[in-house]
Every structure is written in structure tokens, then in C-alpha cells.
Design a binder for this molecule. Structure first.
Ligand code: DP6
Length: 396
């Protein structure tokens, strides 16, 4: 059945990803092209995901709209969202031109409704999962034949890190060299099943004040940091090769060393920027100390910390070492929310000795919640819609 009242809908969920080789710097701000390649681990959607429904109908009037977590967003003045919508519509138009029997969905108003399953207050960057879900849901609505890799070119224009959330497992974003950005896309390096034992513990740290947003911060770094050219040109390309090999060989020690080195290198160029950019605080440093203590006690690298544009710590470890890494944190923060769920409940109590008093007190005072998660898969099409059959938004 189709007619003027038909409500076309498609829904998807998309994951968060946390980089182990950081994207920090644009060589083209209009096309959102990076100064260097990056690599991330896609995290399980059981813990963190964005759920988005895309819908269009002849019965809708007015401009395209987006409701995010219950609030209407201004997408008309968001150049990034507009770039994604324009690109997706033109791909649909190409299909409609080839097959004139197809409904002209590209001409219809879009209604988008999106919700995260984690509190915004957690301070986790949600733009990656958000833009990945938006692009995937509209691509499905338009029945586009493009692969996740081709769609990653579109998501990249929404938010750079979003291109890596269109795939599961271990994902590289190739910086590319072309001026038009056509080779700046995401690529799966290894699937979840290749190395499913990877776990991630996120320590959510309450920041005293809001830090510099990443888009602005990375521009300051590109313009002023004297250390950054070496990072872009030599350091990251070598690390990309080495960490990809470590992932292929499931070599956690090399993976952990490079992850920590690259996080530190990223925060070093932030500090080297003018005005300097500070993202880490005492709680972040206590988390680093806890990881270093676990590694020292084990006599090898069993845990790796990494930090994005904020004080939250993400700690990677293998399932077999859960009690020696996450177990130590669970011991000192047993009442903190976030231990419930498949990955957190499975963490056995720690019998591995504890942390020095100062680290312990700082973590106790500064960690507001934890998120226990693991490597996970890419976006999933779902039948649970956030827009009803009449075209109205429904709450997740
Ligand atoms: C520190 O992807 O948020 O998380 O492209 O300007 O939207 P825009 O930036 P964004 O930057 C992410 C920076 C990072 C590192 C990373 O995820 O690689």
C-alpha cells in the first residue's frame, strides 16, 4: 500500500567507539578531513548506543526535523547535519532516476527521532554514535546499496569519529590523500570475533568545568603546536602499522603500550597548543596510576588507559585479567552504579592487592559512575521505531 498518507520508517542502533590512535587535527575543515589516520575499538551496544528512527511521508510538511533525547534540535543551522542529509538525498535521487517506479522519497520531508541509552550527564561524546545512527537509518530508509565503508564518507562529514562507528570490532579511519576526501574513509581492521576478549572499563569523572570542545581544540593544536607536525607525519603512521599488526596477532602488550603512548602523545600536543588545552585532571591521573600499578604487579602490560577530550578514563584489558584490572576498581567503588549488566557482573572480586592510599581516595571521590563494556558489533537495523504509524515521535 502506498499513497499520500504512507509513513516510511526505518530504525537502527549504532555504537560508540573509543580511539586507541587518536584523531586530533583537520587538514580540511569544510570536508572534515583529518591530519592523520586513527584507529578505534567499537564498544558493545548493550552498554552504549544511539537508537534512531528516520521517517518520511508526503503527509509531512515543513523543514526536516530531529528530536534528540526528547528535545527538538536545530538541524537547519547545523552545516554538518545538512551535509549528511544532502549527500544521502542525492544518492536516493540517483536510484529514483534509474528506476522511475520508485517512490520519490528524496523529495519528502524527513523526521528523525534519536535517543541514547546512556545519560548525557555521563559526559561521553555521543556525536560518533549519533551521526553513525543518523546516516545508517536514512540509508536504510532510502534503501541505498552503499556499503558501510561508502557510508562512512558521509558520516565523517557529520563528525570525524562517527565514520568509525559504522562498523564493529577494530576499525581504522584512513586519512586519505585526495583533496576531495573520497579516500578518507573507515575500514574494518578485524572483526569482533577475531578478538572478542577485549574489555573496556569507563570511569566517568565529573569535570569541574566544561572543557574545550574537540572541533575547536584540534584547530588550536594544528595552528599552534610545534610538536604536532611530527605526530601527524611520522609518529602516527608508524603506530598505525604497529597496532594493526598487534591486533592481527592478538598481542595485547603491544596494543596496550601503543594505546597509552598515543593517548599521552595526544594530550602532550594539547598541552603544547597555545593557549594550552587541559583535558586530564587528578582523577584521570589516579586512573593512570591504577593501571600502572596493575601492570607493575602483573610484571607485564595487562591494562591500557586512554583519554579523549575530557577527564573520563577508558581502560582496555582482556577478559582473563578482569579481576586484576576492573576487579581492583570494583573493590574500591562497589556501590558506584554501572557494575550491573553482563560485563560488570562477570568481574570476579580482586585478590590482587590494592592501590596506594592517595590513588584510592582520589578515585573514590572523583569517579561518579562506571561503565563495564567490551568490543562489540556495528549498527543494527531494528523494528522498534521511535516514530509511530501516524508519524508522531514516541519516547524510547
Ligand atoms: C579525542 O570526532 O568529535 O575523541 O570531527 O570535529 O566532530 P569532529 O571531532 P570528533 O573528535 C574526536 C576526538 C577524539 C579522538 C578520536 O575519537 O579519535
Amino acid at each position: 500500500m502506498s499513497g499520500s498518507s504512507t509513513i516510511y520508517r526505518s530504525s537502527t542502533t549504532a555504537p560508540v567507539n573509543i580511539a586507541v590512535i587518536k584523531y586530533w587535527g583537520k587538514r580540511d575543515t569544510a570536508l572534515n578531513l583529518p591530519t592523520n589516520s586513527s584507529l578505534s575499538v567499537t564498544l558493545s551496544q548493550k552498554s552504549l548506543r544511539t537508537h534512531t528512527t528516520a521517517s518520511c511521508s508526503e503527509s509531512y510538511s515543513g523543514p526536516d526535523s530531529l528530536i534528540l533525547n526528547g528535545d527538538k534540535e536545530d538541524i537547519q543551522s547545523s552545516k554538518r547535519t545538512q551535509a549528511c542529509l544532502k549527500h544521502l538525498r542525492s544518492l536516493r535521487q540517483q536510484l529514483e532516476a534509474k528506476d522511475t517506479s520508485l517512490p520519490k522519497l528524496s523529495k519528502l520531508t524527513l523526521r528523525l527521532v534519536s535517543a541514547n541509552n546512556f545519560p548525557t550527564a555521563a559526559g561521553l561524546a555521543s556525536s560518533a554514535a549519533g551521526f553513525a545512527a543518523l546516516v545508517r537509518a536514512i540509508a536504510d530508509l532510502y534503501e541505498l546499496p552503499q556499503s558501510p565503508q561508502e557510508l562512512s564518507l558521509i558520516a565523517r562529514q557529520g563528525s570525524g569519529s562517527a565514520c568509525r562507528s559504522l562498523m564493529g570490532g577494530y576499525v581504522a579511519w584512513r586519512a586519505g590523500t585526495k583533496e576531495d576526501g573520497s579516500d578518507s574513509l573507515a575500514e574494518e581492521v578485524a572483526s569482533v570475533s577475531h578478538w572478542p576478549q577485549m574489555r573496556a572499563l569507563i570511569l566517568v569523572v565529573s569535570a569541574e568545568k566544561k572543557g574545550v570542545p574537540s572541533t575547536a581544540g584540534m584547530q588550536t593544536t594544528v595552528e599552534t603546536s610545534t610538536l604536532s607536525p611530527a605526530r601527524f607525519k611520522d609518529i602516527v603512521p608508524k603506530r598505525m602499522q604497529d597496532i594493526e599488526k598487534a591486533i592481527q596477532e592478538r598481542d595485547f602488550e603491544t596494543f596496550a603500550r601503543i594505546t597509552m603512548q598515543d593517548s599521552n602523545s595526544f594530550h602532550a600536543i594539547c598541552l603544547d597548543s597555545w593557549p594550552p588545552i587541559h583535558y586530564l585532571n587528578d582523577v584521570s591521573r589516579a586512573a593512570m596510576n591504577a593501571v600502572e600499578t596493575a601492570n607493575r604487579k602483573a610484571g607485564k602490560l595487562i591494562a591500557a588507559y586512554t583519554f579523549d577530550a575530557g577527564p573520563n578514563a577508558v581502560i582496555y584489558y582482556l577478559e582473563e585479567n578482569a579481576h586484576k584490572v576492573a576487579g581492583v576498581i570494583k573493590n574500591i567503588l562497589p556501590w558506584t552504579s554501572g557494575w550491573e549488566g553482563e560485563f560488570g557482573e562477570a568481574i570476579p572480586p580482586n585478590e590482587f592487592g590494592s592501590l596506594e592510599q592517595k590513588t584510592l581516595m582520589t578515585l573514590k571521590a572523583g569517579v561518579s559512575r562506571v561503565i563495564c563494556t567490551a568490543v562489540g558489533g556495528g549498527p543494527e537495523k531494528v523494528e522498534n521505531h521511535l516514530i509511530d504509524e501516524q508519524g508522531n515521535a514516541i519516547r524510547d
